[in-house]
Design a protein around this ligand. Sequence first.
Ligand SMILES: Cc1cc2nc3c(=O)[nH]c(=O)nc-3n(C[C@H](O)[C@H](O)[C@H](O)COP(=O)(O)O)c2cc1C
Length: 277
Amino acid sequence: MYIPPFNTTSSSTYTQSPNPSWTYGQRVDATPAGKDWLAGESAGWKVYDTAETDRINLNKLLNSGVLPRPMALVSTISDDGVENIAPFSWFNTVTNYPPVISFAINHKSPGHLKDTTTNLRNGKGFAVNIISEAFVENANATAIDAPLGFDEWTLSGLTKEKCVCMRLDDTVQIRASRVKESAFSMEYELYKSINITHPVTGEHTSTLILAHVKYFHVRKDMLTIKGIVDLTKFKPVSRVGDISYARVGDAYRIAVPLWAREEAKIQEALTTTLASA
Ligand SMILES: Cc1cc2nc3c(=O)[nH]c(=O)nc-3n(C[C@H](O)[C@H](O)[C@H](O)COP(=O)(O)O)c2cc1C
């Protein structure tokens, strides 16, 4: 199958939302695009019972259906001082206060933890580095199933930068390096490590990591005057199904509705909808 080269000239831009004249209560089939979308329902739904679906298919479904997933490049250090780095896409924010993020690490095989899981628990801190297009191949290479004790940094072509905590006080926890090429990195302490066990078989299959951000490192050229990271410059990568990554496409803004401001419009729209029903 021919795959064209990466389009280096394309980047995200801001556009209107898909249906900017949407009104409260309006059904999806009110627009041609909505009608097209709903036409797909004629194929019906396939229902998967997870008790009867094998791991490979469970993985396929979660990896291709829960999209897009942000990418964490996690850098840790072992008790012996061997540095480690690996990408994780089962990753997201949890709360902003305290600033906590999560990611889940599967076991390599039953009873065998990945190096990242072992290192995260040693109290030496770690970093999560957001991956941008310019170094996605470098980051992807760190997923290699290297033997225990091999430092994936050496093959990645990425640059180690000391974490702030280490620089400020050698007794403080964060001894892992962050990725200098990442425009947005976070230094962490482990907040909680939760064993995920299968509710039926009791098998411990993976570990959910909750991590407390101690420091953010944001490249200044990425920040807007509002203190927001500029998507058009940041070019973060996302993980989609199978072995695919995706660029973030065009962005569109939709305000969060406030009842105090919208109540009259909602009442009017609902009255109209009820009258025409
Ligand atoms: C794009 C991408 C996303 C990944 N996401 C995860 C994930 O969320 N959880 C996981 O356990 N492994 C994930 N992996 C696999 C790990 O990166 C891989 O097992 C790595 O070798 C672990 O390194 P370690 O053994 O040094 O900790 C992912 C791999 C890639 C390429």
